[in-house]
Design a protein around this ligand. Sequence first.
Ligand SMILES: C[S@@+](CC[C@H](N)C(=O)[O-])C[C@H]1O[C@@H](n2cnc3c(N)ncnc32)[C@H](O)[C@@H]1O
Length: 212
Amino acid sequence: MAHPLFRLAARAFNWPLTVLVRPYPRVNAVMWDLQYALGLWRYLDQGRDRAPLELAQRVTPRPRILDLGCGTTVNLALPPGGYRHYHGVDISRAAIRRARALRRPDTSFEAADLLTYRTDERYDVVLFREVLYYFSVDDAVGLLHRAAGLLRAGGRVLVWVYDGTTDTGRELLSRARSCGLPVHDELVGGAAGAGSVLVLGAADPARSSGRS
Ligand SMILES: C[S@@+](CC[C@H](N)C(=O)[O-])C[C@H]1O[C@@H](n2cnc3c(N)ncnc32)[C@H](O)[C@@H]1O
């Protein structure tokens, strides 16, 4: 379990910077690289969380997974054969280098700003783990809708918050809940491991017509 002081330091260092630099992707990337170099997020990398893959496997036994804001992925359990393909995207090249160095089979990685990231691929599951905090409300809602547009039939967007009891965690979940996408499930503990997860589906075409 991470020492609470590390969590506090990482968040305290990060929050004001996030707001200032997020309009500038290159500066934003450098700031995240610096935080990884300083080891501020190392506390996330203790243990391997099995819950994300297990929830993804509820969608389909060998899911194609897109992890947006994936970080180093050190903390993510990805046993060989448990997924068809995993693609991780993060703005931090340092995090992506670390993720690639794990050399897990059937994985690929890309350094990109989620705000401008586009792909023609389609996925069974799109993951946002501890990521949407770093965007404005409008951008976070836009990202959720874009992610839902990348889903294969029956696919799901999983919004993961590791501490849903904090004000920021609660607020993020509430924004995601009311973003206009169908909420299929909401899990706290149990199958969500140590966190809270909101399970969203693709937009209902009848309701979302007119949305760009
Ligand atoms: C708190 S870390 C979570 C990492 C990982 N998802 C996890 O749960 O361990 C937040 C991640 O979001 C990434 N991030 C922040 N803003 C981003 C952006 N605009 N585009 C892509 N990734 C971003 C950071 O580089 C960082 O790796």
